[in-house]
Ligand binder design. Structure first.
Ligand code: F0G
Length: 402
């Protein structure tokens, strides 16, 4: 049993009502459950392989889900990197190893399953890339048409390739992500398409399983802190909700400090946090190398700021140079290949250790949200070129030892 509840005015709406924000006050919605009849025990999870659907009892989907084996991503202990940056224990939860290469699959397996339960005929989203790639693939699997809107010229190549290959109708909007999101919301309202951006509270239910998996993988101990990139601000809100639910169910004994990182040219949540505001002032022309989080008016900002304040976390911004340095370090010291937005979590952790806001004795989990191969053009622009040589042993030797 569950409802969709406004986080602002507390009004509740039935599960089958198609609403994305509160019709009464405009507030964001979240799914709230009546779990009074639910008896759940850590032992219930023993010996079941990790995946989003391992936690079906804590999710809203009733039907057989539209699934391509999402979740179950590794939690790497990063000894060498933690020593280098000066932290007791650093884990990386590599969400880039989901089926489409990002954490969005957790949200889409739930979101598209709900769309089918509700009998929707078309699904749609605006995206900086990963959401569109994921929706295209889950739409294909569910046999439902997909419309996606991307900011023209600002989406990494791998993500566009996925969206077009899997058969979505891809619209390249002359404008940034925030404008594309406004347009797709209007389209969904006018045409009855189902909106699967992270303003949709069902999608965030899938993403809260990142918290469930981290707790599960750590033997139901939770880390002191979670560090992750913030764009449209859905994921940090979802993961916080997941940790809160585990705590309220008595499965864990505390909630980690939620720590949100943004790029310097695109950091409305950080600005609000630093001025202890509950909501953001939008940035009209966001810019960063981390195109996935190039968002000036994040729709879930109020939820994200609540997550940060309530958990005792912080929010910090990092420069593009710091992002690139962290991306290379993670790749070359730990063998973890991530796209720039994901590396911002490591860059943010380093900065917060240097400024003393994170102390050395903490156990930290950084969430790396997307795979390196999503943005090969960025990689080629920041790394050494391959060395072209003649096909002779002499040339090989000269190149190897130069
Ligand atoms: N990391 C990556 C790789 C992303 O693609 C995104 C968001 C984020 C972090 C931020 O997550 O929006 O929940 O705060 N990408 C969206 C998209 C906006 O359209 O693919 P968030």
């Amino acid at each position: 049993m569950y409802t969709q509840k406004c986080i602002q005015c507390q009004e509740e709406y039935p599960p089958e009502k198609i609403v994305y924000t509160c019709p009464k006050c405009g507030g964001l919605l979240e799914i709230v459950y009546d779990w009074s009849g639910l008896s759940i025990n850590k032992k219930d999870f023993n010996a079941i392989p990790l995946s989003v659907w391992k936690y079906k009892a804590l999710l809203p989907v009733k039907r057989e889900p539209i699934s391509i084996n999402e979740g179950g991503t590794p939690l790497y202990l990063c000894d060498r990197l933690s020593e280098k940056i000066g932290i007791n224990k650093l884990y990386v939860k590599h969400e880039g190893l989901n089926p489409t290469g990002s954490f969005k699959d957790r949200g889409m397996t739930v979101g598209v399953s709900i769309a089918m339960e509700l009998g929707m005929k078309t699904v749609a989203c605006a995206s900086t890339g990963n959401t569109s790639a994921s929706l295209a693939i889950y739409g294909a699997k569910a046999d439902i048409p997909v419309v996606v809107m991307l900011p023209a010229g600002k989406v990494a190549m791998g993500k566009v390739a996925q969206a077009i290959m899997h058969g979505a109708k891809v619209l390249s909007v002359r404008g940034n992500f925030d404008k594309a999101l406004k347009l797709v919301r209007e389209l969904c309202d006018d045409e009855g398409f189902y909106l699967l951006n992270s303003v949709n509270p069902y999608r965030l239910e899938g993403q809260k399983t990142i918290a469930f998996e981290i707790a599960d993988q750590m033997g139901w101990e939770v880390p002191d802190r979670l560090v992750l990139p913030v764009g449209n601000a859905g994921n940090i809100s979802a993961i916080y909700k997941g940790f809160k639910e585990l705590y309220n169910l008595g499965l864990t004994d505390r909630i980690p400090k939620m720590t949100g990182i943004q790029a310097q040219g695109s950091c409305p949540v950080v600005n609000a946090f630093k001025q202890t505001q509950k909501d953001i002032i939008a940035i009209p022309d966001p810019e960063t190398i981390a195109t996935a989080i190039r968002i000036g008016d994040p729709v879930n900002a109020v939820k994200a700021l609540r997550a940060i304040y309530e958990s005792g976390g912080v929010s910090e911004s990092v420069s593009d140079d710091e992002i690139v340095t962290a991306q290379k370090q993670l790749a070359r010291i730990e063998g973890i290949g991530v796209e720039p937005a994901s590396a911002s979590s490591i860059a943010g952790l380093k900065k917060l250790i240097q400024t003393g806001l994170i102390t050395q004795d903490e156990t930290v989990v950084c969430v790396t949200t997307g795979h390196l191969l999503k943005d090969p053009e960025e990689v080629l622009s920041i790394c050494e070129d391959a060395i072209e040589i003649d096909a002779t042993a002499e040339s090989v030797r000269r190149a190897v030892f130069q």
